[in-house]
Design a protein around this ligand. Structure first.
Ligand SMILES: Cc1cc2nc3c(=O)[nH]c(=O)nc-3n(C[C@H](O)[C@H](O)[C@H](O)COP(=O)(O)O)c2cc1C
Ligand SMILES: [Fe+2]
Ligand SMILES: [Fe+2]
Length: 403
Protein backbone atom coordinates (compact mmCIF):
# COMPACT_ATOMS: atom_id res chain seq x y z
CA UNK A 1 0.00 0.00 0.00
CA UNK A 2 1.22 3.51 -0.77
CA UNK A 3 2.43 5.19 2.40
CA UNK A 4 0.05 8.07 1.95
CA UNK A 5 -3.04 5.99 1.34
CA UNK A 6 -5.99 7.09 3.47
CA UNK A 7 -7.82 4.42 5.47
CA UNK A 8 -11.60 4.21 5.21
CA UNK A 9 -13.35 3.81 8.59
CA UNK A 10 -16.83 3.80 7.12
CA UNK A 11 -18.18 4.83 3.75
CA UNK A 12 -16.86 8.33 3.10
CA UNK A 13 -15.04 8.58 6.45
CA UNK A 14 -11.25 8.43 6.27
CA UNK A 15 -8.20 8.48 8.51
CA UNK A 16 -5.89 11.13 7.03
CA UNK A 17 -3.37 11.34 9.85
CA UNK A 18 0.36 10.70 10.03
CA UNK A 19 2.60 8.20 11.77
CA UNK A 20 5.53 9.69 13.70
CA UNK A 21 7.74 6.59 13.75
CA UNK A 22 10.64 8.22 15.55
CA UNK A 23 8.73 10.07 18.25
CA UNK A 24 10.53 9.17 21.48
CA UNK A 25 9.72 12.18 23.61
CA UNK A 26 6.28 13.75 23.63
CA UNK A 27 6.59 16.89 25.77
CA UNK A 28 8.75 14.97 28.23
CA UNK A 29 6.65 11.81 28.15
CA UNK A 30 8.85 8.99 26.80
CA UNK A 31 7.24 7.23 23.86
CA UNK A 32 9.35 4.14 23.10
CA UNK A 33 6.84 2.96 20.51
CA UNK A 34 6.49 6.26 18.63
CA UNK A 35 3.12 7.83 17.95
CA UNK A 36 0.58 9.13 15.47
CA UNK A 37 -1.42 12.32 15.00
CA UNK A 38 -4.81 11.38 13.69
CA UNK A 39 -6.91 13.60 11.48
CA UNK A 40 -10.13 12.43 9.83
CA UNK A 41 -11.95 13.45 6.69
CA UNK A 42 -15.67 13.07 6.06
CA UNK A 43 -16.85 13.38 2.47
CA UNK A 44 -20.46 14.53 2.32
CA UNK A 45 -22.11 17.57 0.72
CA UNK A 46 -19.77 19.45 3.04
CA UNK A 47 -16.25 18.12 3.11
CA UNK A 48 -15.14 18.10 6.71
CA UNK A 49 -11.74 17.72 8.33
CA UNK A 50 -11.67 16.70 11.99
CA UNK A 51 -8.46 17.91 13.63
CA UNK A 52 -5.08 18.29 11.95
CA UNK A 53 -1.53 17.14 12.70
CA UNK A 54 1.66 18.59 14.19
CA UNK A 55 2.85 21.39 11.90
CA UNK A 56 5.97 19.66 10.46
CA UNK A 57 3.70 16.86 9.17
CA UNK A 58 1.26 19.14 7.36
CA UNK A 59 2.36 18.13 3.86
CA UNK A 60 2.00 14.41 4.71
CA UNK A 61 -1.58 15.02 5.81
CA UNK A 62 -2.30 17.17 2.75
CA UNK A 63 -1.01 14.40 0.45
CA UNK A 64 -3.23 11.86 2.10
CA UNK A 65 -6.25 14.17 1.80
CA UNK A 66 -5.38 14.75 -1.87
CA UNK A 67 -5.96 11.05 -2.56
CA UNK A 68 -9.62 11.63 -1.71
CA UNK A 69 -10.39 15.27 -2.49
CA UNK A 70 -8.61 18.47 -3.39
CA UNK A 71 -7.76 19.97 0.05
CA UNK A 72 -8.84 23.41 -1.17
CA UNK A 73 -12.41 22.00 -1.35
CA UNK A 74 -12.62 21.44 2.41
CA UNK A 75 -15.71 23.24 3.74
CA UNK A 76 -15.53 22.58 7.48
CA UNK A 77 -12.63 22.12 9.88
CA UNK A 78 -13.36 20.91 13.39
CA UNK A 79 -10.80 21.87 16.02
CA UNK A 80 -11.44 19.52 18.92
CA UNK A 81 -8.37 20.68 20.82
CA UNK A 82 -5.98 23.61 20.44
CA UNK A 83 -2.85 21.79 21.61
CA UNK A 84 -0.33 22.01 18.77
CA UNK A 85 -0.18 18.31 17.98
CA UNK A 86 -3.74 18.73 16.64
CA UNK A 87 -4.15 22.42 15.76
CA UNK A 88 -0.61 22.89 14.40
CA UNK A 89 -1.57 22.50 10.74
CA UNK A 90 -4.70 24.70 10.89
CA UNK A 91 -2.86 27.81 9.57
CA UNK A 92 -1.54 25.83 6.57
CA UNK A 93 -4.83 24.14 5.75
CA UNK A 94 -6.66 27.47 6.12
CA UNK A 95 -4.28 28.91 3.57
CA UNK A 96 -5.13 26.08 1.17
CA UNK A 97 -8.87 26.28 1.88
CA UNK A 98 -9.39 29.95 2.84
CA UNK A 99 -13.17 29.71 2.70
CA UNK A 100 -13.42 26.80 5.10
CA UNK A 101 -15.41 27.39 8.28
CA UNK A 102 -13.78 26.48 11.58
CA UNK A 103 -15.61 25.08 14.60
CA UNK A 104 -14.25 25.01 18.15
CA UNK A 105 -15.41 25.14 21.77
CA UNK A 106 -15.52 28.56 23.40
CA UNK A 107 -12.19 27.97 25.18
CA UNK A 108 -10.93 26.51 21.91
CA UNK A 109 -11.66 29.75 20.14
CA UNK A 110 -9.68 31.70 22.76
CA UNK A 111 -6.81 29.23 22.49
CA UNK A 112 -6.70 29.53 18.70
CA UNK A 113 -6.65 33.33 19.03
CA UNK A 114 -3.66 33.10 21.39
CA UNK A 115 -1.68 30.63 19.35
CA UNK A 116 -2.39 31.84 15.85
CA UNK A 117 -2.93 35.60 16.01
CA UNK A 118 0.14 36.05 13.82
CA UNK A 119 -0.76 33.12 11.58
CA UNK A 120 -4.04 34.20 10.07
CA UNK A 121 -6.49 33.83 12.97
CA UNK A 122 -8.11 37.22 12.24
CA UNK A 123 -9.17 36.04 8.78
CA UNK A 124 -10.74 32.77 9.90
CA UNK A 125 -14.49 32.23 9.90
CA UNK A 126 -14.84 30.59 13.31
CA UNK A 127 -18.03 29.37 15.01
CA UNK A 128 -18.17 28.44 18.69
CA UNK A 129 -20.07 25.22 19.42
CA UNK A 130 -21.31 23.61 22.64
CA UNK A 131 -22.31 20.20 23.92
CA UNK A 132 -25.31 19.13 21.84
CA UNK A 133 -24.71 21.58 18.99
CA UNK A 134 -25.37 19.78 15.71
CA UNK A 135 -23.85 20.47 12.33
CA UNK A 136 -25.38 19.05 9.17
CA UNK A 137 -22.91 17.91 6.54
CA UNK A 138 -25.67 17.05 4.03
CA UNK A 139 -26.53 13.39 4.42
CA UNK A 140 -24.91 13.14 7.82
CA UNK A 141 -24.84 15.12 11.03
CA UNK A 142 -22.14 15.87 13.57
CA UNK A 143 -22.80 16.56 17.23
CA UNK A 144 -20.25 18.22 19.51
CA UNK A 145 -19.50 17.19 23.08
CA UNK A 146 -17.42 19.43 25.31
CA UNK A 147 -14.93 17.29 27.19
CA UNK A 148 -13.62 19.96 29.55
CA UNK A 149 -10.34 18.91 31.20
CA UNK A 150 -10.04 15.75 29.15
CA UNK A 151 -7.31 16.96 29.21
CA UNK A 152 -7.34 20.75 28.60
CA UNK A 153 -10.08 23.31 29.32
CA UNK A 154 -10.87 23.57 25.59
CA UNK A 155 -11.02 19.81 24.87
CA UNK A 156 -13.99 18.79 22.77
CA UNK A 157 -15.16 15.66 20.95
CA UNK A 158 -17.17 15.22 17.79
CA UNK A 159 -19.77 12.51 17.22
CA UNK A 160 -20.78 11.41 13.74
CA UNK A 161 -24.29 10.33 14.64
CA UNK A 162 -25.19 8.41 11.48
CA UNK A 163 -22.17 6.11 11.71
CA UNK A 164 -21.90 6.22 15.51
CA UNK A 165 -18.24 7.24 15.30
CA UNK A 166 -16.91 9.23 18.24
CA UNK A 167 -13.89 11.38 17.35
CA UNK A 168 -12.63 11.52 20.91
CA UNK A 169 -9.47 13.55 20.38
CA UNK A 170 -6.94 12.89 23.18
CA UNK A 171 -9.25 10.67 25.26
CA UNK A 172 -8.81 6.95 24.53
CA UNK A 173 -5.51 7.57 22.71
CA UNK A 174 -2.31 5.56 22.82
CA UNK A 175 1.21 6.49 21.73
CA UNK A 176 2.15 3.80 19.23
CA UNK A 177 3.47 4.07 15.70
CA UNK A 178 2.10 1.28 13.54
CA UNK A 179 0.91 0.57 10.04
CA UNK A 180 -2.20 -0.91 11.71
CA UNK A 181 -5.15 1.38 12.28
CA UNK A 182 -7.57 -0.69 14.39
CA UNK A 183 -7.58 -2.03 17.94
CA UNK A 184 -8.14 -5.68 16.93
CA UNK A 185 -4.92 -5.61 14.92
CA UNK A 186 -2.70 -4.75 17.92
CA UNK A 187 -1.80 -6.96 20.91
CA UNK A 188 -2.25 -5.75 24.47
CA UNK A 189 -3.54 -2.34 23.44
CA UNK A 190 -5.16 -1.77 26.84
CA UNK A 191 -1.66 -1.54 28.35
CA UNK A 192 -0.67 1.17 25.85
CA UNK A 193 -3.95 2.97 26.51
CA UNK A 194 -3.18 2.67 30.25
CA UNK A 195 0.29 4.19 29.86
CA UNK A 196 -1.31 7.06 27.98
CA UNK A 197 -4.04 7.44 30.61
CA UNK A 198 -1.53 7.41 33.49
CA UNK A 199 0.59 10.16 31.93
CA UNK A 200 -2.07 12.37 30.36
CA UNK A 201 -5.45 11.81 32.01
CA UNK A 202 -4.78 10.51 35.52
CA UNK A 203 -5.35 13.89 37.25
CA UNK A 204 -8.86 14.14 35.80
CA UNK A 205 -10.59 11.02 37.17
CA UNK A 206 -13.67 12.81 38.49
CA UNK A 207 -14.18 14.68 35.19
CA UNK A 208 -13.87 11.38 33.31
CA UNK A 209 -16.53 9.70 35.43
CA UNK A 210 -18.89 12.64 34.75
CA UNK A 211 -18.03 12.56 31.07
CA UNK A 212 -18.94 8.86 30.80
CA UNK A 213 -22.31 9.67 32.41
CA UNK A 214 -22.80 12.52 29.94
CA UNK A 215 -22.26 10.17 27.00
CA UNK A 216 -25.13 8.05 28.33
CA UNK A 217 -27.38 11.09 28.79
CA UNK A 218 -26.67 12.16 25.22
CA UNK A 219 -27.38 8.64 23.94
CA UNK A 220 -23.91 8.41 22.53
CA UNK A 221 -23.20 4.70 22.09
CA UNK A 222 -20.27 4.68 19.71
CA UNK A 223 -19.61 1.77 17.40
CA UNK A 224 -16.20 3.23 16.79
CA UNK A 225 -13.97 5.51 18.86
CA UNK A 226 -11.45 7.36 16.75
CA UNK A 227 -8.91 9.15 18.99
CA UNK A 228 -6.28 11.66 17.95
CA UNK A 229 -3.37 9.32 18.84
CA UNK A 230 -2.84 5.67 18.04
CA UNK A 231 -5.31 3.17 16.63
CA UNK A 232 -9.09 3.29 16.35
CA UNK A 233 -11.31 1.29 18.70
CA UNK A 234 -13.87 -0.76 16.79
CA UNK A 235 -13.85 -4.16 18.57
CA UNK A 236 -13.02 -3.42 22.22
CA UNK A 237 -15.11 -0.33 22.85
CA UNK A 238 -16.74 -1.59 26.02
CA UNK A 239 -13.34 -2.74 27.33
CA UNK A 240 -11.71 0.66 26.90
CA UNK A 241 -14.68 2.55 28.39
CA UNK A 242 -14.72 0.13 31.35
CA UNK A 243 -10.95 0.51 31.77
CA UNK A 244 -11.33 4.31 31.84
CA UNK A 245 -14.00 3.89 34.54
CA UNK A 246 -11.62 1.77 36.65
CA UNK A 247 -8.64 4.05 36.20
CA UNK A 248 -10.75 7.15 36.85
CA UNK A 249 -12.10 5.78 40.13
CA UNK A 250 -8.56 5.04 41.38
CA UNK A 251 -8.09 1.33 40.92
CA UNK A 252 -5.40 -0.41 42.97
CA UNK A 253 -4.09 -3.85 42.20
CA UNK A 254 -2.30 -6.20 44.58
CA UNK A 255 1.01 -4.83 43.53
CA UNK A 256 3.98 -3.04 45.09
CA UNK A 257 6.16 -0.76 43.00
CA UNK A 258 9.68 -0.03 44.23
CA UNK A 259 11.22 3.01 42.57
CA UNK A 260 14.65 4.29 43.47
CA UNK A 261 17.95 5.73 42.42
CA UNK A 262 21.37 4.95 43.81
CA UNK A 263 24.90 6.35 43.36
CA UNK A 264 27.02 3.63 45.02
CA UNK A 265 24.51 0.81 45.32
CA UNK A 266 23.39 1.03 48.97
CA UNK A 267 19.88 2.25 48.27
CA UNK A 268 19.74 -0.37 45.53
CA UNK A 269 20.57 -3.15 47.99
CA UNK A 270 17.74 -1.91 50.23
CA UNK A 271 15.39 -1.86 47.22
CA UNK A 272 16.30 -5.46 46.27
CA UNK A 273 15.74 -6.71 49.83
CA UNK A 274 12.36 -4.97 49.98
CA UNK A 275 11.47 -6.66 46.69
CA UNK A 276 12.46 -10.06 48.18
CA UNK A 277 10.17 -9.43 51.13
CA UNK A 278 7.23 -8.46 48.92
CA UNK A 279 7.73 -11.63 46.86
CA UNK A 280 7.59 -13.65 50.10
CA UNK A 281 4.14 -12.17 50.75
CA UNK A 282 2.98 -13.49 47.37
CA UNK A 283 2.20 -10.03 46.03
CA UNK A 284 3.37 -8.86 42.61
CA UNK A 285 6.26 -6.43 42.77
CA UNK A 286 8.20 -4.37 40.28
CA UNK A 287 11.54 -2.58 40.82
CA UNK A 288 12.46 0.46 38.73
CA UNK A 289 15.74 2.39 38.81
CA UNK A 290 14.70 5.87 37.68
CA UNK A 291 17.70 6.50 35.44
CA UNK A 292 17.29 3.15 33.70
CA UNK A 293 13.55 3.08 33.05
CA UNK A 294 11.09 5.18 31.09
CA UNK A 295 9.10 7.27 33.54
CA UNK A 296 5.99 7.03 31.38
CA UNK A 297 5.90 3.24 31.75
CA UNK A 298 6.80 3.50 35.42
CA UNK A 299 3.84 5.86 35.89
CA UNK A 300 1.48 3.19 34.48
CA UNK A 301 2.89 0.71 37.01
CA UNK A 302 2.37 3.30 39.70
CA UNK A 303 -1.26 3.74 38.64
CA UNK A 304 -1.80 -0.02 38.98
CA UNK A 305 0.10 -0.56 42.25
CA UNK A 306 -1.51 0.02 45.61
CA UNK A 307 1.77 0.47 47.51
CA UNK A 308 4.73 2.51 46.31
CA UNK A 309 8.16 2.31 47.99
CA UNK A 310 10.52 5.13 47.05
CA UNK A 311 14.23 4.99 47.77
CA UNK A 312 16.80 7.75 47.46
CA UNK A 313 20.37 8.27 48.54
CA UNK A 314 21.17 11.62 50.10
CA UNK A 315 23.01 13.94 47.79
CA UNK A 316 24.03 17.35 49.05
CA UNK A 317 21.57 17.24 51.98
CA UNK A 318 18.61 16.32 49.85
CA UNK A 319 17.01 13.55 47.82
CA UNK A 320 18.60 12.53 44.53
CA UNK A 321 17.48 14.75 41.64
CA UNK A 322 15.68 12.04 39.63
CA UNK A 323 13.56 11.29 42.69
CA UNK A 324 12.58 14.93 43.17
CA UNK A 325 11.76 15.18 39.46
CA UNK A 326 9.67 12.04 39.60
CA UNK A 327 7.87 13.17 42.76
CA UNK A 328 7.03 16.51 41.14
CA UNK A 329 5.68 14.69 38.09
CA UNK A 330 3.71 12.26 40.24
CA UNK A 331 2.26 15.00 42.45
CA UNK A 332 0.81 16.70 39.37
CA UNK A 333 -0.71 13.47 38.10
CA UNK A 334 -2.50 12.93 41.44
CA UNK A 335 -2.65 9.10 41.66
CA UNK A 336 -5.47 8.06 44.00
CA UNK A 337 -5.60 5.71 47.03
CA UNK A 338 -1.90 4.84 47.10
CA UNK A 339 0.14 4.07 50.22
CA UNK A 340 3.80 5.11 50.32
CA UNK A 341 6.97 3.95 52.03
CA UNK A 342 10.27 5.86 51.95
CA UNK A 343 13.81 4.56 52.36
CA UNK A 344 17.40 5.42 51.53
CA UNK A 345 21.08 5.48 52.39
CA UNK A 346 23.03 8.50 53.61
CA UNK A 347 26.59 9.23 54.72
CA UNK A 348 26.47 11.92 57.44
CA UNK A 349 23.67 14.42 57.97
CA UNK A 350 21.15 12.72 55.62
CA UNK A 351 18.20 14.59 54.11
CA UNK A 352 16.79 12.39 51.31
CA UNK A 353 13.99 10.82 53.33
CA UNK A 354 13.13 14.15 54.94
CA UNK A 355 12.96 15.77 51.49
CA UNK A 356 10.76 13.00 50.06
CA UNK A 357 8.53 13.10 53.11
CA UNK A 358 7.96 16.83 52.62
CA UNK A 359 7.03 16.25 48.96
CA UNK A 360 4.50 13.57 49.88
CA UNK A 361 3.02 15.83 52.53
CA UNK A 362 2.53 18.63 49.99
CA UNK A 363 0.74 16.16 47.70
CA UNK A 364 -1.37 14.83 50.65
CA UNK A 365 -0.24 11.26 49.99
CA UNK A 366 -0.70 8.52 52.61
CA UNK A 367 2.31 6.99 54.31
CA UNK A 368 2.01 3.19 54.79
CA UNK A 369 4.66 2.82 57.48
CA UNK A 370 7.64 4.52 59.07
CA UNK A 371 10.56 5.12 56.71
CA UNK A 372 13.95 3.41 56.93
CA UNK A 373 17.40 4.91 56.58
CA UNK A 374 20.81 3.21 56.56
CA UNK A 375 24.18 4.90 57.11
CA UNK A 376 26.48 4.14 54.16
CA UNK A 377 26.13 0.37 53.68
CA UNK A 378 23.25 -1.96 54.61
CA UNK A 379 24.54 -5.00 56.55
CA UNK A 380 22.83 -8.34 57.20
CA UNK A 381 20.61 -7.01 59.99
CA UNK A 382 19.52 -4.07 57.81
CA UNK A 383 18.77 -6.41 54.93
CA UNK A 384 16.61 -8.50 57.22
CA UNK A 385 14.70 -5.36 58.28
CA UNK A 386 14.21 -4.42 54.61
CA UNK A 387 12.86 -7.88 53.84
CA UNK A 388 10.43 -7.68 56.74
CA UNK A 389 9.33 -4.27 55.53
CA UNK A 390 8.80 -5.70 52.04
CA UNK A 391 6.67 -8.48 53.44
CA UNK A 392 4.54 -5.97 55.37
CA UNK A 393 4.19 -3.77 52.31
CA UNK A 394 2.89 -6.85 50.47
CA UNK A 395 0.28 -7.37 53.18
CA UNK A 396 -0.69 -3.68 53.03
CA UNK A 397 -1.02 -4.00 49.24
CA UNK A 398 -3.43 -6.91 49.71
CA UNK A 399 -5.54 -4.88 52.14
CA UNK A 400 -5.45 -1.72 50.02
CA UNK A 401 -6.22 -3.36 46.67
CA UNK A 402 -9.68 -2.85 45.18
CA UNK A 403 -9.26 -4.60 41.86
C1 LIG B 1 27.94 13.82 45.38
C2 LIG B 1 27.53 13.25 46.72
C3 LIG B 1 26.95 14.08 47.66
C4 LIG B 1 26.55 13.59 48.90
N1 LIG B 1 25.96 14.41 49.79
C5 LIG B 1 25.58 13.94 51.02
C6 LIG B 1 24.97 14.79 51.99
O1 LIG B 1 24.80 15.99 51.77
N2 LIG B 1 24.58 14.26 53.18
C7 LIG B 1 24.75 12.94 53.46
O2 LIG B 1 24.33 12.48 54.52
N3 LIG B 1 25.37 12.11 52.57
C8 LIG B 1 25.77 12.57 51.37
N4 LIG B 1 26.40 11.73 50.47
C9 LIG B 1 26.70 10.34 50.87
C10 LIG B 1 25.70 9.36 50.34
O3 LIG B 1 24.40 9.68 50.77
C11 LIG B 1 26.08 7.95 50.81
O4 LIG B 1 27.30 7.60 50.17
C12 LIG B 1 25.03 6.90 50.54
O5 LIG B 1 25.40 5.68 51.12
C13 LIG B 1 24.81 6.72 49.03
O6 LIG B 1 23.82 5.78 48.80
P1 LIG B 1 23.85 4.99 47.41
O7 LIG B 1 24.93 3.94 47.50
O8 LIG B 1 22.47 4.39 47.33
O9 LIG B 1 24.14 5.98 46.33
C14 LIG B 1 26.79 12.23 49.23
C15 LIG B 1 27.40 11.41 48.27
C16 LIG B 1 27.77 11.90 47.03
C17 LIG B 1 28.40 10.97 46.01
FE1 LIG C 1 -3.64 17.30 24.15
FE1 LIG D 1 -2.79 15.06 21.65
Amino acid sequence: MDEHEPIELAKGVYWVGVVDWNLRDFHGYETPKGGTYNAYLIVDEKITLIDTVKAPFFSDMARRISRIVDPSKIDYIICNHVEMDHSGSIPDIMEMAPNAKLFASSKGEKGLAEYYREKGYDKWDLTVVKTGTELSLGERTLMFIEATMLHWPDSMQTYLKDNAILFSNDAFGQHIASSKRFDDEIDDLITDAGIYYANILMPFGSQILKYVERLNELNVNPKMIAPSHGVIWRSNIQEIITAYGHWASGHNMQKVLVIYDSMWGSTEIMASEIVEGVMRSGVEVSMRHLRKNDWSLTMKELMDASVIAIGSPTMNNDMFFTISGFLTYMRGLRPKNKKFFLFGSYGWGGGAVKGMDKELEIGKFDIAMESMEVKFLPYEEDKKVCQDIGYKLGEIAKANANY
